[in-house]
Design a protein around this ligand. Structure first.
Ligand SMILES: [Zn+2]
Ligand SMILES: [Zn+2]
Length: 326
């Protein structure tokens, strides 16, 4: 698999073509559809409890781990690829390792839908509103270049039984109600990237993927796009989502059980039949240093949602900057 990524017409290297579920030759334009990405086969869900024994470690390609000396990010890349630059911080000082250890391979992928040009357009529109952007940034040539990367995402399915005790209000009365609500959770997402989840602005972009559109993993989709090494393992991902899951289930329970009255529920949940998927999902990243601090802007590579960090102080004109960049 994935050995032959050369163009049959001209011999140049094929790269993944965002938005088209295909590989493309950048010299002659030859295209090859990636069968996995156009298949109707759903991504399999795996049993959580036996994950250790059943998870695949086959990435379908000769892969290496590339570690950034500046920010510590670890990405997985095809061995044949030159690993020049860290997609998270732009640093050129990276080390690569051949040993992949027992790193789980993804079961599914959400391919890039947003092209780099489209990402730039979205960015241009977005910074129009950051009117306090400093003019020093205008000189930063990095700003008009986005880097595509896949980040790791676990999704969880589980049957929940929620026992609740609730205080209800309606018709100027307050009363208590308790009961049991059974609810099937489908594709609850947990981003396994430490690089993008530490910051609220950035994590807001990578939380919302249409996971139903995930396709079976193909190493061809990684042609030209690195993939972040998951820094949160499967078990830790499940353990860490407790508070978010409880918040979600409390809402679902209240929605379903309240009828017309307002209800404030306390719930206790039992989880059954826990299943997971390990997906890799696309983001466009732009990072730049300003006054010694790293700023990052991310765009969801499937939906186009954008958010990011931006220097706040200073006076002058982003509009000027916009004119300069584009
Ligand atoms: Zn070609
Ligand atoms: Zn880095």
């Amino acid at each position: 698999m994935n050995q032959d990524k050369k163009c049959p017409s001209c011999g140049a290297t094929l790269v993944f073509n965002p938005g088209f579920d295909s590989l493309i030759c950048q010299s002659c334009g030859h295209k090859e559809v990636i069968p996995e990405l156009v298949s109707k086969v759903p991504v399999l869900e795996m049993d959580f409890l036996t994950a250790q024994n059943t998870a695949s470690h086959d990435w379908g390609m000769e892969a290496k781990i590339v570690q950034c000396r500046q920010c510590g990010a670890e990405t997985i890349q095809n061995k044949l690829q030159l690993s020049g630059r860290c997609p998270f911080c732009g640093s050129n000082t990276v080390d690569s390792f051949d040993a992949m250890g027992d790193l789980m391979a993804p079961m599914g992928i959400i391919p890039f839908k947003i092209t780099e040009n489209r990402a730039l357009y979205i960015f241009k529109d977005w910074i129009k509103d950051r009117f306090l952007a400093p003019d020093k940034l205008a000189q930063n040539a990095q700003l008009n270049k986005f880097y595509g990367i896949y980040i790791p995402l676990f999704t969880f399915d589980t049957l929940t039984v929620n026992r609740y005790t609730a205080r209800c209000h309606g018709d100027n009365k307050t009363w208590f109600k308790s009961g049991k609500y059974q609810f099937q959770v489908d594709d609850f997402p947990v981003v396994a990237s430490k690089q993008l989840t530490g910051d609220k602005l950035l994590s807001s972009v990578v939380k919302d993927y249409w996971t139903r559109e995930a396709k079976p993993y193909s190493p061809d989709a990684l042609a030209g796009f690195p993939c972040e090494h998951y820094s949160i393992g499967l078990k830790d991902a499940w353990n860490s989502c407790g508070p978010d899951m409880q918040f979600y289930l409390k809402n679902e329970t209240e929605k379903h059980e309240s009828g017309s009255e307002y209800m404030d529920a306390m719930i206790a949940t039992d989880y059954y039949d826990l299943k997971y998927k390990y997906l890799i999902v696309p983001v466009w990243i732009n990072s730049f240093f300003y006054d010694g601090k790293l700023y990052t802007i991310v765009i969801n590579g499937q939906t186009g949602k954008i958010n990011g960090q931006w220097p706040k102080s200073f006076g002058t004109l982003a509009r000027k900057a916009v004119e300069l960049f584009f």
